[in-house]
Design a protein around this ligand. Structure first.
Ligand SMILES: [Ca+2]
Length: 129
């Protein structure tokens, strides 16, 4: 099976390279910067954005109107970073329960950041305060 061996070698090399890259990129990730400019995470003007992971990484949802239940999007208890690039409202709020229930967390207009541990993977609805 000499042919198979030559095909496998590059694949194994790629896997080894990937394993080396992962810890390196995590170590160079920027620290949380609450209140930094919304553009930092690439959220379009007029939208509030929520990301699956910190620092604007992973799956993203962009909102122009509130979402009464993030579970409908498969995004319940998932958001880890945010950006509010809507300029017309003072703030949007995240809620720990669907239908805007529970004690809200304000997302200031023109701001972005990562959620602290207590609010990471926490939000179940989002909309103007
Ligand atoms: Ca998350």
């Amino acid at each position: 099976m000499k042919h198979r061996r030559t095909v496998l070698a590059p694949v194994l090399a790629a896997l080894a390279a990937g394993a080396l890259v992962a810890p390196s990129s995590a170590a160079t990730a920027q620290p949380s910067t609450p209140g930094s400019r919304a553009a930092a995470f690439g959220c379009p003007e007029g939208f509030v954005c929520l990301w699956e992971h910190a620092n604007g990484k992973g799956k993203v949802y962009r909102f122009q109107w509130g979402a009464t239940d993030l579970d409908d999007l498969g995004f319940d208890n998932t958001a880890s970073s945010w950006s509010n690039n809507r300029r017309k409202e003072k703030a949007w709020c995240l809620y720990p329960e669907a239908h805007y229930r529970g004690t809200p967390l304000r997302l200031g207009s023109g701001k972005s950041g990562n959620f602290a541990a207590a609010r990471d993977d926490w939000a179940s609805s989002v909309g103007p305060c």
